[in-house]
Design a protein around this ligand. Sequence first.
Ligand code: 3H9
Length: 711
Amino acid sequence: MPELVRYEVKDRVAVITIDNPPVNALSPAVWTGIDEAVARANADPAADAIVIIGAGTTFIAGADIKVFDLFKTPHDSMARSETTHALLRRLEDSTKPLVAAIHGNALGGGMEVAMSCHFRVAARDAKIGQPEVLLGIIPGAGGTQRLPRLAGVEAALKMCTDGKAVPAAAAKGGAIDEIVDGDLLTGAIAFAARKAAARETRKTRDIALSGDQITRGLAACAAARDALAKTARGQRAPFAAIDAIEAGLQLGFDRGSVRERELFAECVVSTESKALRHLFFAEREVAKIPDVPKDTPTLEIRRAAVVGAGTMGGGIAMNYANAGIPVLLKEIDQAALDRGLATIRRNYEVSMSKGKLTPEQLEKTLALITPTTSYDGFDRVDIVTEAVFENMDLKKQTFAELGRVTRPDCILASNSSTLDIDEFGRASGRPAQVLGHHYFSPANVMKLLEIVRGRETGKDVLATSLKLAKRLGKVGVVVGNCFGFVANRMLAYYMREAYLLLEEGASVPQIDNALTAFGLPVGPFGMQDIAGIDVGARIRQYLKSIGKSRAEGPQSEVPDRLYEMGRYGQKTGAGWYKYDAPGSRNRTPDPLIDTLAQEAAAKRGITRRPITDDEIIARITTALANEGARVLDEGFALRAGDIDVVYVYGFGFPRHRGGPMFYADTVGLPTVLARVKEYRARFGDYWQPAPLLERLVAEGRGFYTGAAAAV
Ligand code: 3H9
């Protein structure tokens, strides 16, 4: 095995190379290796200065996130961080100039190592950051104390609370001393030699903050706290990061560092951090399909086509154009095509007005979308996404046509949100090339792509889809071909409970507000008003016609009554709420909904009652987890983590709760099961415990082996 930390001397400069692929994470052995190597360099008469650099594509991407699982109590963390802080002070105490040479990323603990060096040089395209908050923790190795001293309090607050990496070039003069063009190591050695000749060292911890800097810094802390109160509701870590920075300003470096350690220790054992760490790995796990090895050949996607220029088709075409892939956009007639293109242009203009796009970029991106009313050119594309109306016959007819007009190796994807992919495969005449690419509305914004695997979908087609998802800026999750796949199948249960809670006595604003307080960006009714009540109604009508329903249990009549009244949501100026005008987002509650709910309740013989927010959350999250357990047990999702990723990216389930399955583990599966049984007794037999839920509870396990005990 190669050494994790290598030592050599070049041109009288000791070069310490961290070599812990893939991202040089700071495992305990790497920490020790750096410590020993710096001590060795200080004692080495052949070295006048020291450079720390990363092997491979990056500097150090942070502490090894898996190690945090070992911290069971804040005390464990306090003991470990005492050692780490002392180690970083030893680096800072180096008598020879110590230089960090950064390429790729210096993140988290990696940035903290760099800041404990005397100087930092970086490649022009390198990035630096303190992303700990995205893992529910705060910089725990002095970052909240050293970064304000190097970059200024405002910049440090931003980096530690939003977790976003910033270009090293933009940090020049603050956290970065010099940008190196050309070979980084050569530049870093030359820089270190200059510092050695000038006998220059500089301990970050000794950089003093002026009275004025402290006063302004404290005001910035208060302002950051106020801003986060709106955007980070229910989360602890961003606020803890501010607390730690503030403590450094008020108490100085040493006592500020102790406060940082205490706050880190509090955060690292929190459910919030466990949830976010779980998602970090779950998001990477989704791309691993057991029978589709990493080296499965993929098809090159150079040109694409989309059939259907409605809301979804237009958004899908935008995804391709945004990724620089030319795309044909087909509609049946010119009028429909013109409408679709006008919407696309409007969307881009909104981005432009927000400064996300220049007028030139807008025109260049739009030029990648070629409108058409025929199949001309379809024989040259590598993938077609069908986004026509959600109707089985129409879709089958489209696939039959696509089978004729495209090359045999062309991938044929359906954006259906519910229908049987295998039927499309058969209709096309080449099922191995067919699968689902289910986007979420708005398709150009939402990051989830459900990749629906048909019975005969080729492995190369799946591997290509996963790769393509990344290129389109999406998180691709492979799911099985069941009704509604994973996202919409579970959503049906979520919506069922929302409707029933409404009939039983809760109001639309109460249900929506309970869920936004829980952390969702929008509640179920607000979401429907955006997506269109007509969309759900048409799916229900179709299901009725084939004698099916989306979820067992009573079907509320209220959404269908809204549909009959032409109240489709925001677009018609009325839905579950009233809006100022069609297309407006300015909403007010509508007493009519309560009347409709009362009428529906009376018909079903329900006596309406006050309902608590806790019951709303319990009913809805229990319904999700119970159905999620079925989906998993039936093999339509590969892992519980895949379901969590689907919900976080598809419906904005709060990340800090880890997704519906992880959340169920934090509640405790015995409690979840007890709730299902209680609801069965109270509401009816349509509530049935998922067999997997019962099995896991009997075995004393959670959805994540051992997680039940861990959270
Ligand atoms: C921290 O530092 C706390 C400190 O304050 C100190 C306290 C004492 N640990 O993302 P990729 C794995 S907290 C363990 O696909 P990319 C990852 O799971 C840490 N593993 O590559 C994957 O494994 P696999 C703060 C890690 O090129 C593989 O590496 N730092 C870690 O798209 C490749 O990853 C962060 O939060 C890690 N730290 O993106 C940075 N990082 O192949 C987290 C990665 O088995 N990392 N892995 O699936 C990242 O943001 C991205 O990985 C990075 C590369 C941008 C670096």
